[in-house]
Write a protein that binds this ligand. Structure first.
Ligand code: UDP
Length: 327
């Protein structure tokens, strides 16, 4: 069975990816520094603690497992923090990824699946966001991810590194079996903050701005169930194995939900009121991010089956109620 090096395998998306990889017959090797990840989320393969910037540790892990491919999830991913501490984003997301990519090439591991983001597109009025949309990131998070995309292209030309780049829209939900789920510390994402507010574990949710140019004035996002998202990664791995070459895929459903719509759906699913107040805009937020592409469906054969807002909230709520949040 082939080993796959999963950076960030102790995090939200990475841990779900490890479960999907194990089910698909691979051995996921988690490489994580545990700064934002959780060791108890590593359940589906070996764990190697290490930092992306630690080249000798990476060399050791590549030599030990000789992975067939890398899935690179590990990154700092908070837009607000990226605005106030951009240097951390460039050092960790770009510097760390460069070290990882160099280690992969040196080890002869030339298939690479990368977590990028729709935040690389930035603000576009009335433009369908497909993979050819100009990338004009509004914040250091999006800029750092675009930087890594550029490194991957350069390394393909120089060393033959093949990459599948996934530009995620908003990821939500949890493993329906609640073995893993979403837990960030600090938490900044809409769905978990809202579930905490419903449950009285946090103060009321603050809605960041109601003066955007959208029907109800709140930002619109395209939400994808984390299990659908990681299924695309397994397909991306097979795409590389079949020698289909480097490609970029948006991962979104094409349906947008405003913050107020997500609140309303949560009220319906949980049958509980969502305490919230209206606050100012959050720096770095785009008005609307919705995928206008179905390349992942037509070319990769990806069919999101769980990405209704109801199912995402129901699965996140089930995970929430397991008490994993009470760390
Ligand atoms: N949001 C909000 N209150 C919060 C957290 C998020 O109103 O406490 C909004 C945010 O402005 C954005 C949407 O919810 O429009 C999704 O934000 P999140 O941080 O979950 O993901 P992002 O879109 O930044 O990747």
């Amino acid at each position: 069975m082939a080993h796959i090096l999963v950076t960030g395998g102790a995090g939200y998306i990475g841990s779900h990816a490890c479960k999907a990889l194990e089910r698909a017959g691979y051995i996921p090797v988690t490489y994580d520094n545990l700064v934002t990840g959780w060791q108890d989320a590593v359940k589906f393969g070996p764990f190697e603690q290490g930092d992306l910037n630690d080249r000798s540790r990476l060399d050791e892990v590549f030599a030990k497992y000789q992975p067939a491919a890398v899935m690179h999830f590990a990154a700092l991913s908070q837009v607000g923090e990226a605005m106030s501490q951009p240097g951390r984003y460039w050092a960790n997301n770009v510097g760390g990824s460069l070290t990882l990519i160099e280690a992969a090439v040196a080890a002869g591991c030339l298939d690479f699946v990368f977590s990028s983001t729709c935040a690389t597109y930035g603000e576009h009025d009335n433009v369908v966001l497909d993979e050819n949309t100009t990338q004009l990131p509004l914040n250091a998070y999006g800029a750092s991810k675009r930087g890594v995309e550029n490194i991957l292209r350069d390394f393909e030309m120089a060393y033959g590194l093949r990459s599948v780049i996934f530009r995620y829209f908003n990821v939500a939900g949890a493993d329906p079996e609640a073995e893993v789920g979403e837990f960030h510390q600090p938490e900044t994402h809409l769905v978990p903050l809202m579930l905490d507010a419903i449950d009285g574990k946090r103060d009321a949710l603050t809605v960041f701005g109601t003066d955007y140019d959208t029907p109800d004035g709140t930002c619109i996002r395209d939400y994808v169930h984390v299990c659908d998202l990681v299924d695309a990664h397994v397909l991306g791995l097979k795409w590389l194995e079949e020698g289909k070459g480097s490609e970029v895929f948006n991962l979104g459903t094409g349906t947008g939900f405003s913050v107020m719509e997500v609140i309303e759906q949560s009220r319906t699913v949980t049958n509980r009121e969502v305490p919230y107040s209206i606050g100012p805009r959050r720096a770095g937020d785009c008005t609307k991010l919705v995928s206008g592409s179905n390349r992942a469906t037509t070319e990769l054969g990806w069919t999101p089956t769980r990405s209704t807002m109801q199912q995402m909230i129901a699965d996140a709520w089930r995970w929430h109620q397991t008490g994993h949040y009470d760390r």
